[in-house]
Write a protein that binds this ligand. Structure first.
Ligand SMILES: NC(=O)c1ccc[n+]([C@@H]2O[C@H](COP(=O)([O-])OP(=O)(O)OC[C@H]3O[C@@H](n4cnc5c(N)ncnc54)[C@H](OP(=O)(O)O)[C@@H]3O)[C@@H](O)[C@H]2O)c1
Length: 261
């Protein structure tokens, strides 16, 4: 029996970390999962775990920066109750200037890649019948608590997460009128390959399974913003509200995230 109120779910970046944990947490008999990622071997391993839990799984190698391929993948999925635009990359400055190519890559994946996923999903959902709760479909974008802090150690990452968090929350105002809901998911630190290389303290670091459960619970409750854990979210809101000059001065003593390899 499915623990969540969705039978047809598509997830990008399901080959690793949070995306894989979301897939495994949704996996149950009667559920069809459409999983995508770039690494075929890791994606197949995630798909096998979900099948072992009783789900029907269709996995597809996909780069979300390819708009046409992402739209074609979504169209081939058919009816979807929930789409999670999770694929993302990170990278910091290493304490100096963020490399231009890294900043471009982060925006291409975390912003354009999310739009490439969410926009066709929203259009398809708007044309499908509503479920028992009156909702035609849900699109969740995985932003971050980093959306609320312009951290000098990770400029492109913070900006990319802020962009998709604000975009999803603003768009929900109109889309809910035609029965489609958006959710901006803003997690704190999660133990995944993305954070494995961080050599600075990560307060309230949580397992990917815990983050997946909190994400899905928030979406199931209809929350527009799903931000957790609360203490880190409140701290980020507080720091984010400081005058920018003061905030940057405070951050000057904080180690920066490393440049992505
Ligand atoms: N870890 C954290 O503390 C944390 C906190 C807040 C938010 N988040 C967000 O959560 C999401 C998942 O991150 P994670 O921590 O699970 O990292 P991760 O383990 O590195 O996984 C990232 C996933 O995104 C996929 N991906 C990256 N670029 C892609 C592209 N161009 N096309 C398709 N798939 C692509 C990767 O696929 P391949 O490996 O197959 O290439 C992988 O499946 C990201 O959006 C991240 O920003 C993470």
């Amino acid at each position: 029996m499915a623990a969540w109120p969705w039978t047809d779910v598509a997830i990008t970046g399901a080959s690793s970390g949070l995306g894989r944990a979301l897939a495994e947490t949704c996996a149950a008999p009667g559920v069809t999962l459409h999983l995508s990622g770039r690494d075929a071997a890791r994606l197949a391993a995630a798909a096998d775990t979900c099948r072992a839990r009783g789900a029907t799984v269709r996995d597809a190698v996909l780069d979300v920066t390819d708009a046409a391929a992402t739209e074609a993948w979504l169209r081939a999925c058919g009816r979807l109750d929930l789409v999670i635009a999770n694929a993302g990359i990170s990278g910091g400055t290493g304490g100096v200037t963020e490399p231009a190519a890294q900043a471009q890559r982060i925006f291409a994946t975390n912003v354009t890649g999310v739009l490439n996923t969410a926009l066709p999903a929203i259009e398809a959902m708007a044309a499908q019948p509503a479920g028992a709760d009156g909702v035609r479909g849900r699109v969740a974008v995985i932003a971050s608590i980093a959306a609320f802090v312009a951290a000098p150690g990770a400029p492109a990452y913070c900006a990319s997460k802020s962009a998709v968090q604000r975009w999803a929350e603003a768009l929900d105002g109109a889309e809910r009128l035609r029965g489609v809901r958006l959710h901006a998911v803003c997690p704190g630190y999660i133990r995944t390959p993305m954070t494995a290389k961080n050599d600075f303290p990560m307060p309230f670091l949580m397992d990917a399974e815990e983050a997946a459960r909190r994400t899905l619970r928030g979406i199931a409750r209809g929350r527009l913003r799903v931000a957790y854990p609360l203490p880190l979210y409140l701290a980020a809101r507080l720091v984010g509200a400081l005058p920018p000059g003061l905030r940057n001065a405070l951050f000057s003593g904080v180690p920066a995230k490393r440049v992505a390899e």
